[in-house]
Design a binder for this molecule. Structure first.
Ligand code: NDP
Length: 483
């Protein structure tokens, strides 16, 4: 816990401000339920002030040279790196993740600023000749962007939006998650400290149903970039439709992990363990469903259990902890319900399935990493996003069957396959219905490659040059020579 209660703020027009109403909320550490800090609770009115500030700042920022924008983004990246420890400690305390993971998240957000500082310089247009006319194609910033983010990676997922938005020449208003807003605000503050003009970067706190809704519905915002639940994404899409507003949606996942007969089982088990339990399974690309070829399923399961039982769980501030608590009681309860439903329908519990014992775990939202065997698609765990530390295993006979099972979901964010055979890898990759396919890797995130979902996992792409495109409009200027 911090020596003193941390006092957070909103950022509007370059100033650190409190809510107009004066209301504040207390943020608690999910590992101990001790108070971490206070944050202002904004309203629609606060959101409007922030949107107006972003609109005032837009003309000058959109006309600032890409070199100058890059200078500020690089400077902010340096500041984030300098402040890594402080921001990471705040992140661990409000979100629960181990300090080593919080540090990695903060460093990754600095990398994002550096990447888009340079990518912003590559916003190229086109020139086309046609008889007595010429066509010039320009890519121009879309305008004020509303950036709405969830609690599982509150700093990094905001950086995925902030960096390309600013590099494209947009100004923004961010709404971090209500229950983990502190580190994200500190991250945005580095941009202001790095010399970003007042109003170009704004942060408003408050309930999504109020502050978030205002950002979506206001005529000032021209673009909504959202990461969160599919249910919220549907609401946002429906309400943005009234103004045909640009939307990017990064939503829920239900990622399959296929282990073929010829896979390197040790590598597959280690990769699967990490991707199923990291951040307590509260990752949109977590492994949610494991399909193991029946010839190797027992061997793979034994290795998975071995790796799982090595994981150390505890308060994220303690050294050498692999897993922290879950983010909230609601998340833990949903996990318990999914496990209970699976067991009632015939699944076998191989490990976990309960809270760890001992005084250190009494107050936090801890839950042991859980492995289930003999699951099937009648169970909620195989159909809904659990967002918890559970690895359910199902066996398959043929690759076609595994692919059909993997695709039997409304989600389509990530899918993984472990095989040593190139033909199998390509055959499956081309047929799996997901925005990112990991072949012999457990991560489909790469700063330079597109990230996003198929089906109800989202709309649009982040990262790489695709991430910049999301904040640009296309304009065609037709020049005629004959008067
Ligand atoms: P939510 O959808 O509940 O919330 C996300 C953000 O939206 C929060 O800031 C929330 O505010 C805000 N919000 C809520 N209602 C509205 C509204 N009506 N209008 C505008 N904004 C609103 O998601 P969670 O925070 O629970 O995050 C977990 C989810 O995020 C999981 O489903 C996960 O799969 C998904 N996710 C997807 C990723 C991807 O890239 N595809 C990556 C990471 C997570 P408040 O906090 O005040 O409720």
């Amino acid at each position: 816990m911090l020596d003193t209660m941390y006092h957070s703020y909103m950022l509007i027009d370059g100033e650190q401000v409190q809510a107009l109403s004066g209301r504040v909320d207390v943020i608690y550490n999910p590992a101990s339920q001790e108070p971490v800090g206070e944050v202002p609770v904004g309203s629609r009115q606060d959101a409007r002030l922030a949107l107006q500030a972003a609109r005032r700042a837009f003309p000058a920022w959109s006309e600032t040279s890409c070199q100058k924008r890059a200078e500020i983004l690089h400077e902010a990246a340096d500041l984030v790196r300098e402040r890594t420890d402080r921001i990471a400690r705040l992140l661990t305390q409000e979100q629960g993740k181990p300090l080593k993971n919080a540090r990695a998240e903060v460093r990754s957000s600095a990398d994002m600023l550096d990447y888009y500082a340079e990518e912003g310089k590559r916003n190229f247009g086109e020139w086309m000749a046609s008889g007595q006319s010429r066509s010039i194609v320009l890519k121009q910033p879309v305008g004020v962007a509303a950036l709405i983010t969830p609690w599982n990676f509150p700093v990094d997922l905001l950086a995925w939006k902030v960096a390309p938005a600013l590099a494209a020449g947009c100004t923004f208003v961010a709404k971090p998650p209500s229950k983990a807003p502190i580190a994200a605000t500190e991250f945005v503050k580095t941009l202001i400290d790095a010399g970003l003009p007042p109003g170009a970067a704004n942060v408003v706190h408050g309930p999504g149903s109020e502050v978030g809704a205002e950002l979506v519905q206001s005529p000032i915002s021209r673009k909504i970039a959202f990461t969160g639940e599919t249910k919220t994404g549907r609401w946002i899409m429906a309400h943005a439709a009234g103004q045909i507003k640009r939307v990017s949606l990064e939503l829920g996942g239900q990622s399959p992990f296929i282990v073929c007969q010829d896979a390197d089982l040790e590598k597959a088990a280690s990769a699967c363990t990490q991707r199923a339990f990291s951040n307590m399974g509260q990752i949109c690309i977590s492994v949610n469903r494991i399909y193991a070829a029946e010839e190797i399923a027992d061997q793979f399961t034994a290795k998975l259990l071995e790796h799982t039982q090595r994981l150390r769980i505890g308060n994220g501030l303690e050294p050498d902890v692999d897993l922290g608590p879950m983010f909230s009681e609601a998340q833990r309860e949903k996990t318990r319900e999914h496990v209970a439903d699976a067991l009632a329908k015939g699944a076998s519990l191989l490990c976990g399935g309960r809270e760890p014992e001992g005084r250190a775990f009494e107050k936090g939202f801890f839950y042991l990493p859980t492995v289930l065997d003999n699951v099937d698609h009648s169970m909620r765990i195989m159909r809904e996003e659990t967002f918890g530390p559970v690895a359910p295993i199902m066996r398959f006979k043929t690759l076609e069957e595994a692919i059909a099972l993997a695709n039997d979901t409304e989600f389509g964010l990530a899918a993984y396959i472990f095989t040593r055979d190139l033909k199998t890898a390509i055959f499956a990759s081309e047929r799996l219905e997901a925005g990112g396919i990991g072949v012999n890797v457990n991560n489909v995130v790469d700063i330079q490659a597109p990230f996003g979902g198929w089906k109800q996992s989202g709309l649009g792409r982040e990262l790489g040059h695709y991430g910049l495109e999301a904040y640009l409009e296309t304009k065609h200027i037709r020049l005629g020579f004959e008067m």
